[in-house]
Write a new protein. Structure first.
Lengths: 320, 262
C-alpha cells in the first residue's frame, strides 16, 4: 500500500517501475552480483578463517610437519598415534567430564535464577547485573583470583580456619584427585551468568496469556513451570547446549592460567593439549589431527542435538 | 512471575537470591581484600604509577576499538545483503557462515598460527585483530541479520522510490533504525576482545604490545610485585568491562532476545 502511495509522488515513471521490479527481486535493477558485494567482506573472512582453515587441518593432519620445513606425508599415522596416546585419552575424558558437568550445572542454575527473578522481585536489577558479572570478567583474570582463593595462605583459607572449618578448605587445585573438580567449579562460576541471560530472554518471550490461563485453571507456580514453561524451553536448551558445547571444548584460559593442565595432567583437556602440541611443541601435523577429530565429533554432537529437537517438536496443544 | 505475592514466597525467593549473590561475591570480595593486602590503597597507587600498565591498557584499547569497527562495518554490510537484498545462493552462503557458530576457535589454532606467521604479523596488533574479527562474525552477523529482518521492507521501498541507491538506503534508512543492534554487537565484541587471552599469549610476546589480560603474568615475572599490587592491577583491568556492562545491561538483554528469537 505504501509502495503505491510512494509511487504516486515519485517524479519519474522509471523509478516506479524500478520499485515494481524491486518488489519481485528484492532489488531495483536486479544486479545479483552487485548485491553479493555487500556480503563479500564477511564471506571472505569466514572462508579464510573457517573453511580454508579446515581444509588446511585436513591436509596437515596427514603429514609430519613442524610449521617450518616441508610437510612429510605420513598417511593416517597421526591418527594411529592419537588412538594410543594415553594423554590424549585423558584429555578427552577430562573434556567430556568438564563439559557434561559444567553444562548441566550452568543450565540448571541459570534457569533456576531466571525463574526466581522473572517476576517483580525486589532488587531485581541488582541481581540481574550481579549474576552476569563473572561472565564479563576475563577468564584469565578469574583464574588468578581462584588460584589465590584455593591458596593455603590466602584469605579464604584463613577465613575458613578462623571460623573453625579449616578442614573443609584445602588447596583443591594442587591435588591431582580434586584439581579437575576445582576447575569445574571455576567453569560453572564463570559461565552460569550466560545461561541465566539466555534463559531469562527465553522466559520473557513466553506468552503471558498462556501462564494466566494456566493460573486460572488452578495451576500452582510450580505446576506452571513443570507443565507449561519446561516444554516451551526445549529450543532454548538446544541453543544453550550448542553454544555450551563449543565453550566446553574451547575452555582454555581458566585451566591454563591456573594449573597449565597439571598437576600430573589431572586437568589436561583437549584445548590445553592442543595448545601444547601446536604452539609449544610445534607438532603441526599431530595437532591438526587432534583438531580434526575434535571438530568432527563436535559437529556430529551438534547435529545430534538439532536432530533431537526436530524429532520431538516443542509443545503441541493437548486438545484438538 | 511464578511465585505468589505472599510474604512467605517473597522471602523465600529473596533468601535463594541472597545465597547465590553471596557465592558470586565471595571470590570477588576475596580479590578486593587481596588487592588491599600490605599497603592498602597504596597498592592501587603503585600500579597506577607503572608506565607499563598504561601501555597494556592502550594496547587493549586499540585492539578492541579496531576490532569493533571492523566487525560493525563487515556485519552491517553483510546483514543488509542477507536480509534485504537478493542474490544467487544467498541462503546457502548464510548457512555456511552460521556453521561457524558451532566451530570452537581453539581447533583452528594450527592454521591461524600458520596464517599469521606467514603474513609476518606475529608481534603486531593485527595478529589479534584479524582472527578475533573473523571468529566473531558468525554470532554477531546472526544478531544483526535477525534485527534487520524485523525492519519492514516497505521502508526500503519508500527509500528506493525517493531515489536512494542500495548503499544510501542502508546508510540513510536502515542504520538509524538499527542502532540498538549495532550497540549489542559492539558490546559483545568489546567484552570478547577486551577479555581475549589466548590470541595474546600465542602472538604477542613483545612486552610493548601485550594485552591487558597478559598483565598478571608480566608483572609476576618482571617486577616481583607483591600479591596485593597484582590484584590491584587485576581489579583495575576488570573495571571498564564491569562499568560498561552495568550501564548497558538492558541493551545486551534486548540483543540476546533478538539474536535468539523470531
Amino acid at each position: 500500500m505504501s509502495v503505491r502511495a510512494g509511487g504516486g509522488t515519485a517524479d519519474s515513471p522509471g523509478m516506479v517501475s524500478d520499485a515494481r521490479r524491486g518488489r519481485r527481486t528484492g532489488k531495483p535493477g536486479n544486479h545479483p552480483w552487485r548485491n553479493l558485494l555487500f556480503a563479500l567482506p564477511a564471506l571472505i573472512a569466514v572462508a579464510l578463517f573457517f573453511y580454508a582453515s579446515i581444509a588446511f587441518i585436513v591436509n596437515a593432519s596427514l603429514a609430519d610437519w613442524n610449521f617450518i620445513g616441508a610437510p612429510k606425508p605420513v598417511g593416517l599415522g597421526n591418527f594411529q598415534r592419537l588412538l594410543v596416546d594415553p594423554i590424549f585419552g585423558k584429555a578427552v575424558i577430562h573434556s567430556i567430564l568438564y563439559g557434561g558437568v559444567v553444562l548441566f550445572a550452568q543450565a540448571a542454575i541459570g534457569l533456576g535464577l531466571a525463574i526466581l527473578v522473572s517476576g517483580r522481585v525486589k532488587f531485581g536489577a541488582f541481581y540481574k547485573t550481579l549474576f552476569f558479572i563473572p561472565v564479563i570478567i576475563a577468564p584469565g583474570i578469574l583464574a588468578y583470583v581462584f588460584r589465590r582463593l584455593f591458596d593455603p595462605g590466602g584469605e579464604m583459607s584463613q577465613f575458613m580456619h578462623g571460623i573453625g572449618l579449616g578442614q573443609l578448605w584445602q588447596p583443591w587445585l594442587a591435588y591431582p584427585e580434586t584439581a579437575l573438580w576445582a576447575i569445574i567449579a571455576m567453569g560453572i562460576y564463570s559461565g552460569m551468568g550466560g545461561a541465566f541471560l539466555i534463559y531469562s530472554a527465553a522466559l520473557t518471550q513466553i506468552d503471558r496469556e498462556i501462564l494466566e490461563a494456566a493460573a486460572i485453571d488452578g495451576a500452582s507456580g510450580r505446576q506452571s513451570i513443570r507443565y507449561v514453561v519446561m516444554p516451551l524451553l526445549k529450543g532454548t536448551h538446544a541453543i544453550f547446549a550448542i553454544f555450551g558445547l563449543g565453550a566446553a571444548i574451547g575452555v582454555f584460559d581458566i585451566i591454563y592460567l591456573s594449573t597449565e593442565g597439571g598437576p600430573a595432567r589431572a586437568t589436561e583437556t583437549i584445548s590445553t593439549y592442543l595448545f601444547k602440541k601446536s604452539i609449544v611443541e610445534f607438532k603441526g601435523g599431530y595437532a591438526s589431527a587432534i583438531s580434526l577429530v575434535v571438530l568432527v565429533v563436535g559437529l556430529l554432537l551438534t547435529f545430534a542435538i538439532l536432530a533431537f529437537l526436530r524429532e520431538r517438536p516443542s509443545r503441541k496443544p493437548k486438545e484438538a | 512471575m511464578f511465585f505468589g505475592a505472599t510474604l512467605r514466597s517473597r522471602v523465600g525467593v529473596q533468601i535463594l537470591l541472597i545465597i547465590t549473590s553471596a557465592i558470586i561475591l565471595t571470590p570477588l570480595a576475596a580479590a578486593v581484600s587481596t588487592s588491599l593486602a600490605g599497603d592498602g590503597a597504596g597498592n592501587y597507587a603503585q600500579v597506577l604509577t607503572l608506565p607499563q600498565f598504561y601501555r597494556f591498557f592502550l594496547n587493549s584499547a586499540f585492539v578492541t576499538a579496531v576490532t569493533i569497527a571492523l566487525v560493525l562495518v563487515i556485519d552491517t554490510l553483510a546483514a543488509f545483503a542477507f536480509s534485504k537484498l537478493d542474490f544467487r545462493g544467498r541462503d546457502i552462503l548464510f548457512g555456511l557462515i552460521l556453521i561457524g557458530l558451532v566451530i570452537p576457535g581453539v581447533v583452528l589454532v594450527v592454521p591461524i598460527f600458520y596464517l599469521i606467521k606467514s603474513l609476518g604479523l606475529i608481534n603486531t596488533y593485527w595478529a589479534v585483530i584479524l582472527p578475533k574479527t573473523a571468529l566473531l562474525i558468525p554470532l554477531t552477523l546472526l544478531i544483526m541479520r535477525n534485527f534487520f529482518n524485523g525492519i519492514s521492507n516497505e521502508l526500503l521501498e519508500a527509500g528506493r522510490i525517493d531515489g536512494c541507491s542500495s548503499l544510501q538506503n542502508l546508510r540513510l534508512v536502515l542504520l538509524p533504525i538499527a542502532r540498538p543492534a549495532l550497540a549489542v554487537v559492539a558490546i559483545i565484541t568489546f567484552l570478547s576482545t577486551w577479555n581475549e587471552t589466548f590470541l595474546g599469549i600465542i602472538f604477542l610476546q613483545k612486552e610493548d604490545l601485550q594485552l591487558i589480560t597478559q598483565v598478571p603474568n608480566y608483572f609476576l615475572q618482571l617486577f616481583h610485585l607483591q600479591i596485593g599490587e597484582i590484584f590491584a592491577a587485576l581489579l583495575l583491568i576488570s573495571l571498564p568491562t564491569i562499568i560498561a556492562y552495568a550501564a548497558l545491561r538492558k541493551v545486551v538483554e534486548t540483543g540476546v532476545q533478538a539474536g535468539m528469537g523470531k
